[in-house]
Design a protein around this ligand. Structure first.
Ligand SMILES: *Cc1c(COP(=O)(O)O)cnc(C)c1O
Length: 239
């Protein structure tokens, strides 16, 4: 299938400019915000176009797509983030090839990732996925379960998986004020965890997508995960 590519360079420049503006209005340093270009459903040609426009940080959310893009994922110029739900039996591929893992929500998965990252001689940086809105359709830890999980995680003394912060996926179709409350909630939970377990483990907040990243930045996001605003609409939307 040949489709003409959208103007990815223009889109990226636009997103970067909006990130700078949102950071400036919040009195934040824009360099403290990582733009993750979410390339799910996109072809290697799309990714190459983004790389030509200076983008080096990418995200994927399924193992299947990640395996199809391995040469790009293994390109040492790039930093790849896994942002989807992962079954423990697929952990090897992700631990061996990705730098960041955003969706940690069980100790079983942490141990599995640790084993495979260790075997591959890699260090995997992890974020805890939090179901901040209590959405029954979402993965992630309930907010009340987070501090207990962190205690268990840190006690486990895993050598190849390290903890750096929290991630959430906003509930679909809520109002702007509802979305802001979710992001505020994640930031406050991050602050609570940083005070209790140390800022080294809680310096990152991964929140905000194409429709709401400016709100996320005003609430403290350090990583925004942006797909369609860069690459155009996906062929079909996955739940
Ligand atoms: C697809 C996806 C994104 C990007 O979504 P857009 O609305 O296209 O920006 C961000 N985070 C996760 C976890 C995703 O699966």
């Amino acid at each position: 299938m040949t489709t003409s590519l959208p103007d990815i360079q223009h889109n990226l420049e636009d997103v970067r400019e909006r990130i700078r503006c949102a950071a400036a209005s919040a009195g934040r340093d824009p360099d403290g915000i990582r733009l993750i270009a979410v390339s799910k459903y996109m072809t290697p040609a799309h990714i190459a176009r983004a790389m030509a426009a200076g983008q080096r940080v990418f995200g994927e959310n399924t193992v299947q797509e990640a395996l199809g893009k391995l040469p790009l994922i293994q390109d040492p110029q790039n930093e790849w983030h896994f942002i989807g739900h992962l079954q423990t039996n697929k952990a090897r591929h992700i631990a061996a090839n990705f730098a960041w893992f955003h969706t940690l929500d069980s100790l079983k998965l942490a141990r599995m990732l640790d084993r495979h990252a260790g075997a591959a001689g890699k260090q995997l940086r992890a974020l805890l996925q939090v179901n901040i809105s209590g959405d029954p359709d979402k993965f992630g830890l309930e907010p009340e379960a987070v501090t207990g999980f962190v205690e268990t995680f840190l006690d486990a003394g895993l050598g190849a998986v390290s903890l750096h912060g929290l991630m959430t996926i906003g509930r679909r179709g809520i109002s702007e004020s509802g979305r802001r409350r979710e992001f505020t909630g994640l930031r406050e939970l991050g602050d609570t965890c940083a005070a209790r377990f140390g800022t080294a483990h809680f310096s990152e907040l991964s929140m905000g997508m194409s429709d709401d990243y400016e709100i996320a930045i005003s609430e403290g996001a350090t990583m925004v995960r942006i797909g369609s605003a860069i690459f155009g609409p996906r062929p079909r939307q996955r739940a």
